[in-house]
Design a protein around this ligand. Structure first.
Ligand code: CP
Ligand code: NVA
Length: 303
């Protein structure tokens, strides 16, 4: 593995290896065992969109591994004034040991990897959010002690989260059911990928999709960059919510997950959110551990 651009690029073995290392790094951090695996190294973090979890978990993770992290707002970089990503990639490769980028177009992340000579990590694009899903899989395995054979249900927009969850969950052997309204299905590339999987379904009814689920997941109705569509989307997604009816359809020990930030009373009720806050914030914590594992796998030999 040279980069983390999208989960479509990773084998099942690579995903499981990252989860195992994430568990180990989490255990070591909780027991005060220091690790200086990335001593002297610097991660550049380019942000074209807002972030709380991604920024803080990458920055903290890098410090915990003995390295440094630089926050690079695209507004202040020349990239924000039109310097091509191909040139930015070649310049930053001369200073840094890795780049994490959060942006709009997936092509920008892929270009950075093509022109740069250091590992590139996708910290969210309109197409996918691989770091979040690695943390999600780590969390699901912690709660259920396995991944294979679990019933996973996602309710809401067929967005970047739905794209990455579909790929990640299918690759580790989970059964995936999505409930999305017509016109808001996942990307065509993802739907093409699912053709090889009989254990994938996409339907329109959230309660039916949740039947027998071990894991319920949702995300906002309007993602970053879709601010103009908020009202239209509120109408389109009405009812695509994790609420008591959806919970009653799932297994009685189902866990509830959300990548955050959440919009209460839209995609999830406050009641269900608070009843499952433990899972949701364990999931947020695991961003730190999963991303440390990704950085170790990609950057440990770059020094
Ligand atoms: N889930 C997630 O990526 O959160 P941030 O947008 O706060 O980074
Ligand atoms: N789908 C959301 C995820 C945020 C972590 C967005 O792209 O805004």
């Amino acid at each position: 593995m040279k980069h983390l651009l999208k989960l479509l690029d990773l084998s099942t073995e690579e995903i499981i290896d990252i989860l195992n290392l994430a568990d180990q790094l989490k255990y070591e951090q909780k027991h005060g065992i220091p690790h200086n695996i990335l001593k002297g190294m610097t991660l550049g973090m380019i942000f074209q969109k807002a972030s709380t979890r991604t920024r803080v978990s990458f920055e903290t993770g890098m410090y915990q591994l003995g390295g440094n992290a630089l926050f690079l707002s695209s507004k202040e970089l020349q990239i924000g004034r039109g310097e091509p990503v191909q040139d930015t990639a070649r310049v930053l490769s001369r200073y840094l040991n890795g780049i994490m980028i959060r942006t709009f177009e997936q092509a920008e992340v892929e270009n950075l990897a093509e022109y740069g000579s250091i590992p590139i990590i996708n910290g969210l694009t309109d197409f996918c959010h691989p770091c979040q899903v690695l943390a999600d899989l780590q969390t699901i395995r912690e709660y259920k002690n396995k991944l294979e054979g679990l019933n996973f249900c996602y309710i809401g927009d067929g967005n970047n989260m739905a794209n990455s969850l579909t790929v990640g969950c299918l690759k580790v052997g989970m059964n995936v059911t999505l409930a999305c309204p017509e016109g808001y299905y996942p990307d065509k590339q993802i739907l093409d990928f699912t053709r090889d999987y009989e254990n994938f379904k996409i339907i329109n009814d959230p309660v039916e999709a949740a039947a027998d689920a071990d894991v319920l997941y949702t995300d906002v109705w309007a993602s970053m960059g879709m601010e103009d569509e908020v009202e239209k989307r509120k109408a389109a997604f009405k009812g695509y919510q994790i609420n008591d009816s959806v919970m009653a359809s799932a297994k009685s020990d189902a866990i509830v997950m959300h990548c955050l930030p959440a919009h209460r009373e839209e995609e999830i009720t406050s009641k269900v959110f608070e009843q499952h806050a433990k899972e949701i914030f364990d999931e947020a914590e695991n961003r730190l551990h999963a991303q440390k594992a990704v950085m170790v796998r990609l950057m440990a030999n770059e020094g």
